[in-house]
Design a protein around this ligand. Structure first.
Ligand code: GAL
Length: 678
């Protein structure tokens, strides 16, 4: 990160797409934005066709007017490069730049994201419009930053991708011998005798090659990063010094290894849409925020969330205004420099007509807009929170979870011992248990500095390279406490099994030798000696060179080890060989944290429905309290609630569904008492 991203206050607003509306509506937009306290919008995300209506012919008069209007109303803006949605003229002029699916279908325009990322014509056109925008608006005083593209992640399998993939493979492997070896092409006569024989992973008759599939994912992430970097370089070459970001996406649009992007972004930003309207949505928001903060290593920005809708299965569930506020505060508590939405005004037509917005179809006389206005007002009261700490992390944590895009990509390959293994589900189970235990959590990538963490979890990571094995070993030898979930380290980085007993890469560190993977039937569960329940997966292991913490209590593995711990100097390496159900992860994690002296942010809040998060700032610490429960709670401690502008020493009530943001007196301690229901 080279350009500082340091807004003086929390940013509030969302995607603004005025080209969908006549100008009378723009005037109303400005009045409503002012009423709601909007200070930031993102413009231009999908405006390519209106900015460059014909190839090389620019017409940005309307955008000048939008920028002038925002300026008059003292509203800052992110300017997007609109390259996620090339106009129809582009695809007609450059049909080779249309993306091809794995099944060979060439897509057509009529939606969005219709481009082949490696096509020279696309890359040229993307650079050209980025340059145009930078020259015209790059020095505007209200430009908060560049929002390059939108949610990189569209994958192409066409001829341009094939050529770029081959270049990437040559750089990675150097020789075809090395590639054939890494990909294990001796199996099924897949041996490559020339680089041109290698294709992107297209539809095949039967199972595809897993190493090929994972390398293609790695290539795609690198290729998208290269496309991003080209645009960023155009912005800089035009003299713009505004911070540059691109919005990542949770939970489903994950084709990137985001860790690799960090050094290319001035701030990490993300779009997050809850995956359920049930109570677990809060754990999902916490997961997304912790992961995003960790990707960037500091303050970040929530670029999009939904103002009133949650896509749960086939339906749009309504997101209550109090939940919108609590979620927004939750992101800010975990380091976001604001709360932005998709989108400002609900579209009257088009593909996302029914997506919620800050100004819904029914207009400002709505619970949604009232809630948005309330959120704008209260974020205004939290200005001081935006100033980052002078040193150290924005959220302090004693616990880390290893997260790696390669972990997901390995488990997406077919024909594993159990194809129900899902990387995100596994990682989230551990994060959810930590969240329920009230602990602050960081995510880390292999090689990160982990000395300060008392516990490091590896929920699962099938393929490990030498460096990662050495890094995990060093952590334990230095006194760290490592917890490794099943099916971790069974393969090298080319998805090749390390023979001689599972998990081949970690046998020594864990002191175990697993001889059989024994996945369970879909509805089958088993009980362990410590009362835990496991499902989906069990393993048979030899007597371990480690303590046995729990054995299988029933079934064919009765009496055999299920959870082990090897002590190494002052550290330890624990192996959980079966899949714990969530409640059992919860109990396991809570006990482990207590044992390792990791305390919840506010111990008395655990189990009350009150989520407590501490954000560090330039002036001290801020305790965010979000009451997701159905009971009001009384909270007592030394500080000042910025939301209600009241001292907290005599105690404050955080109502069910409510929240408080407390500037803490140094070393304040907090007591929490649920109030009896009226
Ligand atoms: C985001 C995207 C927005 C909008 C939104 C709707 O992923 O960036 O443009 O499509 O989803 O859910």
């Amino acid at each position: 990160m080279t350009v500082p991203f340091a807004p003086a206050r929390l940013l509030f607003g969302g995607d603004y797409n005025p080209e969908q509306w006549p100008r009378e509506v723009w005037a109303e937009d400005m009045a409503l934005m002012r009423r709601a306290g909007v200070n930031t919008v993102t413009i231009g995300v999908f405006s390519w066709a209106t900015i460059e209506p014909r190839e090389g012919e620019f017409d940005a008069g309307w955008l000048d007017d939008v920028v002038a209007l925002l300026d008059e109303n003292e509203i800052g803006f992110f300017l997007a490069t609109p390259t996620a949605s090339p106009p129809p003229w582009f695809t007609l002029a450059h049909p080779d730049a249309l993306p091809v699916r794995a099944d060979g279908t060439r897509l057509s325009h009529g939606s969005r994201d219709t481009y082949a990322i490696s096509a020279p014509a696309y890359r040229h056109a993307a650079r050209r419009i980025a340059r145009f925008l930078a020259e015209r608006y790059g020095a505007h005083p209200r430009l908060r930053g560049w929002h390059v593209h939108n949610e990189y992640g569209s994958v192409d399998h066409g001829p341009h991708a094939a050529a770029a993939f081959r270049r990437w493979l040559r750089a990675r492997y150097g020789s075809l011998e090395a590639l054939n070896d890494a990909w294990y092409t001796a199996f099924w006569s897949q041996r490559y005798d020339g680089w041109d024989e290698i294709l992107p992973p297209l539809a095949t008759q039967y199972l595809a090659n897993p190493a090929h599939a994972v390398d293609f994912k790695r290539f795609c992430s690198d290729e998208m990063l290269a496309a991003f970097a080209e645009q960023r370089d155009e912005l800089r070459a035009a003299g713009s010094t505004a911070p540059v970001t691109t919005n990542f996406m949770h939970p489903s649009w994950d084709h990137l290894n985001q860790w690799d992007w960090r050094e290319h972004l001035d701030v990490v930003s993300v779009d997050h849409y809850l995956d359920t309207d049930g109570a677990d949505g809060e754990a999902h928001a916490a997961y997304a925020a912790d992961l995003t903060r960790s990707w960037g290593g500091g303050p970040w920005l929530l670029m999009e969330q939904a103002a009133a809708g949650i896509r749960d299965g086939a339906r749009h569930a309504f997101k209550e205004p109090d939940r919108v506020i609590r979620n927004s505060l939750g992101y800010v508590a975990r380091g976001s420099q604001g709360a932005l939405f998709f989108q400002w005004r609900a579209s009257a037509g088009g593909s996302e007509t029914w997506h919620s917005a800050m100004v819904p179809h029914v207009g400002p006389q709505s619970r949604t807009f009232e809630g948005i206005t309330e959120l704008g007002a209260l974020l205004g009261r939290l200005q001081e929170v935006a100033a980052p700490p002078h040193d150290g992390p924005v959220v302090e944590s004693d616990v880390a979870v290893l997260w790696e895009a390669n972990g997901r990509w390995s488990l997406q390959t077919p024909h594993l011992p159990n194809d129900d293994l899902d990387y995100t589900i596994e990682v989230r189970s551990v994060h959810r248990a930590l969240w329920r235990a009230g602990a602050a959590v960081d995510f880390v990538r292999p090689g990160a500095d982990v000395d300060r963490y008392r516990v490091l979890f590896v929920p699962t990571l099938m393929a490990l390279d030498d460096g990662t094995v050495a890094w995990l070993t060093r952590y334990v030898e230095a006194g760290g406490h490592l917890v490794v979930g099943r099916f971790t380290g069974v393969a090298d980085e080319h998805q090749r099994v390390v023979a001689g007993g599972y998990p081949g890469r970690l046998r020594d560190l864990l002191g175990v030798r697993v001889t059989e993977h024994l996945p369970l039937a879909p509805d089958e569960t088993q009980v362990l000696s410590d009362g835990s329940t496991v499902d989906q997966w069990t393993e048979r292991m030899d007597p371990p060179q480690a303590d046995v913490l729990a054995t299988y209590a029933e079934g064919r593995l009765a009496g055999l080890p299920a959870v082990t711990r090897r002590h190494v100097g002052g550290g330890s390496a624990t192996y959980v060989s079966a899949r714990l159900v969530q409640e059992s992860w919860d109990a396991f994690v809570a006990a482990l944290l207590a044992e390792r002296g990791v305390t919840p942010v506010v111990p008395e809040a655990v189990g009350t429905g009150l989520e407590a998060i501490r954000r560090r700032g330039a002036e001290g610490t801020y305790l965010f309290l979000l009451n997701h429960g159905e009971t009001s709670v009384r909270v007592l401690g030394k500080g000042h609630d910025l939301i209600t502008d009241t001292p907290t020493d005599p105690g404050i009530t955080v109502p069910a569904g409510g929240y408080a943001v407390i500037r803490e007196t140094p070393d304040a301690t907090w007591s929490v008492h649920p109030l009896p229901s009226p």
